[in-house]
Design a protein around this ligand. Sequence first.
Ligand code: HEC
Ligand code: HEC
Ligand code: HEC
Ligand code: HEC
Ligand code: HEC
Ligand code: HEC
Length: 447
Amino acid sequence: MKKSYQSLEVNITNNMKQVIHRRLSNSILHLGLIVLLAFTTSISAQDGDPAKGKSLFNANCAACHQLDKKMTGPALRNVETRLAEEEGLDREWLYAWIRNSAGLIKSGDAYANKIYNEYGGAAMTAFPQLSDEDLNNILAYTAEEKKAPAAAAAPVAGETATANSGGISNEIILGALAILFVLLALGLYLVNKTLRRFAQVQNIEIPQTTRTPLWKAFVQNQFLMIVVAIFFLLSSAYFVYGYLSQIGVDQGYEPVQPIHYSHRIHAGENGIDCKYCHSSARVSKHSGIPSLNVCMNCHKSIYQVAEETQQEGLREYGVDYNAEIKKLYAAVGWDDENQKYTGETKPVKWIRIHNLPDFAYFNHSQHVTVAGVECQTCHGPVEEMEVMYQHSPLTMGWCINCHRETNVAVKDNAYYEKIHEELSKKYGVDNLTAAQMGGLECGKCHY
Ligand code: HEC
Ligand code: HEC
Ligand code: HEC
Ligand code: HEC
Ligand code: HEC
Ligand code: HEC
C-alpha cells in the first residue's frame, strides 16, 4: 500500500512536471514567434541596408548629390519623407524618377517638371539598371540621421602621436605564464603538506631521505652545469638579438591619418613643392608636419575638390575627399558658410610614421641642403602616394650603406673644398664618400 501510494505521488509530480514543461515550451515558442514577427516588421519598416546604400550612393549619385549640401542636384537627406510630406509623392514615384527622370518629365508629371526647371534644366542620369532592392538601400542611406561632426575628427590635443609598434601581447603571455608557474608551485607545495599531515594522522612513517638534495647533486655534476650554462647563454643571446634587430624596423608602415591627406593630389597632381609644407627640412634637424594654417592658405577657397577628383577618390580609394576637407574645417574651426573662424579648434593628431629610436641622430638639413639628397631617395615616390607610408627600412645598415656609396657633393661647396683636398690626398681618391668623411663613426649618429 505504502509503495503504490509513493509511486502514485511520483506519477503525479511527473505529470505536473510535464504539464509545466509543455506550458513553458509553448510560451517560449510564442515569445519567439512574437520576437520574430517584430523583427521582420521592423526590417520591412526600415527597409533596405544603409551600408550597401552608401556605396551605391557614392558610386552612382555622389557626382551630383550630397546628403546635406545642394550641388548639381538637390541635397538628398530624408528626400523620401520630404517629398511625401510636401508633394504627396510615394516611393513608386521615386523609383520612376531615379530610373528615368527624363521619361517622367516628358510624361507631364507636375513635380518632375517643377524640380527640373528649378535646376535650370540640368538632366539627371537615368539608372534603369538599379533594382528595387538597390533603390531601397539608397533611400535607407539617405534616411539615416546626420552624424555628429565630432565623430569624424575625433583625435584632439597635442601635436604628433608616436605610433605604438605593438609587442604588449607578448608581455601579457609571459606574465600569464609566470603567474601560472607560481600557482603550480604553490599547489604542489600544498599537496605535499597535506599528504604529510595525512601520513602523520594515519601514523604512517615517512622514510627519512639520506640521499643528497637535488640541488647539491646538480651542482656537483659538472657536465650538467656546463650544458645548462651553454643553453642559458645561447637562448639569451638569441632573444637579445631578436629584440635588437626588430627595433624600429617599420618599413611599409602606413597608418590611417585623422584627415585623409593625399600627397598624390597635392605634391603630384597639383605639383606643390615639398618644402612649401615641410619648410624646415632645409634648415633644421626636423622636417616637421605643417600646421593647419598652412593648409588654410589654399583651403579657404578650395572648399571642395573637382568633380572628377571626387569621383576618382570614391571609386579608386573609397574616400570622400569633400568630407575630408570638412574635417579640416572642423579642426581649424572654419565656418565655410559665413567665411569666418569660429574659434573652436580641434588640433589634428597626425600619426608619426618615420621615427628613429632616441639613441640615433639624424639631421635633415645635412642631407637635404648640404648633401643635396632628394627627398624621394629616402622617402620614395611620395608624389604618387595616396596614403603616406615608410618607404625605407631606416635601419643602421641602410644609413651606412648609403654613406659608403654616396659621394659627397663637394663641387661648388666652399665648406668642403679644404677638407676635401686634404682627405682626398689621404685616401688617394678623387671622390670622397660620406663614409670617408667620417660618416661611419659611431659618434656621428649616436649620442
Ligand atoms: C548627373 C548628375 C546626377 C546624378 C548622377 C544623379 N542625379 Fe539626382 N538629380 C540631379 C539633378 C540635376 C536633379 C534636379 C532635377 C533635374 O534637374 O533633373 C536631381 C534630382 C533628384 C531627385 C529629386 C530630389 C528632389 O528634392 O526633388 C532625386 C530623388 C534624385 N535626384 C535621386 C538621385 C539618385 C538616387 C541618384 C543615384 C542613383 C541620382 N539622383 C543621381 C542630378 C543627378
Ligand atoms: C600641402 C602640404 C604638403 C606637401 C606639399 C607635402 N607634404 Fe608631406 N606631409 C604633409 C602632411 C599634412 C603630412 C602628415 C600626414 C601624412 O602622413 O600623410 C605629411 C607627411 C609626410 C611624411 C611622413 C611624416 C612622418 O610622419 O614620418 C613624409 C616623409 C613627407 N610628408 C614627405 C613629403 C615629400 C617628400 C613631399 C614632396 C614630394 C611632401 N611631403 C609634400 C603635408 C605636405
Ligand atoms: C598650395 C595649396 C594647398 C595647400 C597648402 C593644401 N592644399 Fe589641400 N588641396 C589643394 C588642391 C589644389 C586640392 C585638390 C583640388 C581638386 O582636385 O579639385 C586639395 C585637396 C585636398 C583634400 C582632398 C583630397 C585629399 O587629399 O584627401 C584634402 C583633404 C586636403 N586638400 C587637405 C589639406 C590639408 C590637411 C592641408 C594642409 C596640411 C592642405 N590640404 C594644404 C591645395 C592645397
Ligand atoms: C637621407 C635620407 C632622407 C632624406 C633625403 C629626407 N629624409 Fe625625411 N626623414 C628621414 C629619416 C631617417 C626620418 C626620421 C627622422 C627621425 O625620426 O628623427 C625622416 C623624417 C621625415 C619627416 C617626419 C618628421 C620629422 O622631421 O621627423 C618628414 C615630414 C620628412 N622626413 C620629410 C622630408 C622631406 C620633405 C624631405 C626633402 C626635402 C626629406 N624628408 C628628405 C630621412 C630622409
Ligand atoms: C641617400 C643616402 C643617405 C642615407 C640613406 C643616409 N645618409 Fe647620412 N649622409 C649622406 C651624405 C651624402 C652625407 C654627407 C653630407 C655632407 O656633405 O656632410 C651624410 C652625412 C651624414 C652625417 C654627418 C656625417 C659627418 O661626417 O659629419 C650624419 C650624422 C648622417 N649622415 C646620419 C645619417 C643617419 C642616422 C642615417 C640613417 C637614418 C643616414 N645618415 C642616412 C647620405 C645618406
Ligand atoms: C650613419 C649613422 C650610424 C652610424 C655611423 C652608426 N650607427 Fe648605430 N644605428 C644607427 C641607426 C639609425 C640605428 C637605429 C636602427 C633601427 O632603428 O633599426 C642604429 C642602431 C644601433 C644599435 C642598436 C641595434 C640595432 O641594430 O638596432 C647599436 C648597438 C648600434 N647602432 C651601434 C653602433 C656602433 C657600435 C657604431 C660604430 C661602429 C654605430 N652604431 C654607427 C645609425 C648609425
